[in-house]
Design a protein around this ligand. Structure first.
Ligand SMILES: [Fe+2]
Length: 199
């Protein structure tokens, strides 16, 4: 199987002014594309793995040949993380989750406000490049977690349902070093109906 760069589910300008068109072009067309290209190049030497899904490769990364583990972690993680991230953003975002998803967030974190504060604090606490996530853990409980580089929560048995890219390539053109402004604007463009589906 050859992995493919998915098209954005909206125009490059759709998320402006929160994420600008040039950032979207570079982020999707260059960075994400490079992860896909390098993942395919690494897997090309292992035709025995051709039938495996990306989820499978990441979930069982420790079982892969040792030389393949770093390329799959970095580029397979990069491909999986970005593919989900694009879908989690929308120009038509409701400002907050509703229904069962909201109830689950309230039950787990106390309130949506507290969840936002904890997620934002986790995002600000990531040193260097990485991601902040809302995941379903192995007990199907909601948890905030962070990962370094392009590590995927799938590698540790978690299922990501919300993701924020904290690499500078995601925000530096517009926000420079002001990561907090980027994180705060993220709340205005979250595709909560998709998060509800994933949970
Ligand atoms: Fe990224």
């Amino acid at each position: 199987m050859t992995f493919k760069l998915p098209e954005l589910p909206y125009e490059y300008t759709a998320l402006e002014p929160f994420i600008d068109s040039e950032t979207m072009h570079r982020h999707h067309d260059k960075h994400h594309k490079a992860y896909v290209t390098k993942l395919n190049a690494a897997l090309a030497k292992h035709p025995d793995l051709a039938g495996k899904s990306l989820h499978d490769l990441l979930k069982h990364i420790d079982d892969l040949p040792e030389k393949l583990q770093a390329p799959v972690r970095n580029n397979g993680g990069g491909h999986a993380n970005h593919s989900l991230f694009w879908r989690l953003l929308t120009a038509d975002a409701p400002q907050a989750p509703t229904g069962e998803l909201l109830e689950r967030i309230e039950a787990r974190f106390g309130s949506f406000k507290i969840f936002k504060e904890e997620f934002t604090a986790a995002a600000m606490g990531v040193f260097g490049s990485g991601w902040v996530w809302l995941v379903l853990d192995q007990n199907h409980e909601l948890q905030i977690m962070t990962t370094a580089n392009q590590d995927s929560p799938i590698m540790t048995g978690n299922m990501p349902v919300l993701a924020l890219d904290l690499w500078e390539h995601a925000y530096y053109l517009k926000y420079k070093n002001e990561r907090l402004d980027y994180v705060q604007n993220f709340w205005k463009i979250i595709n909560w109906p998709l998060v509800a589906e994933l949970v």
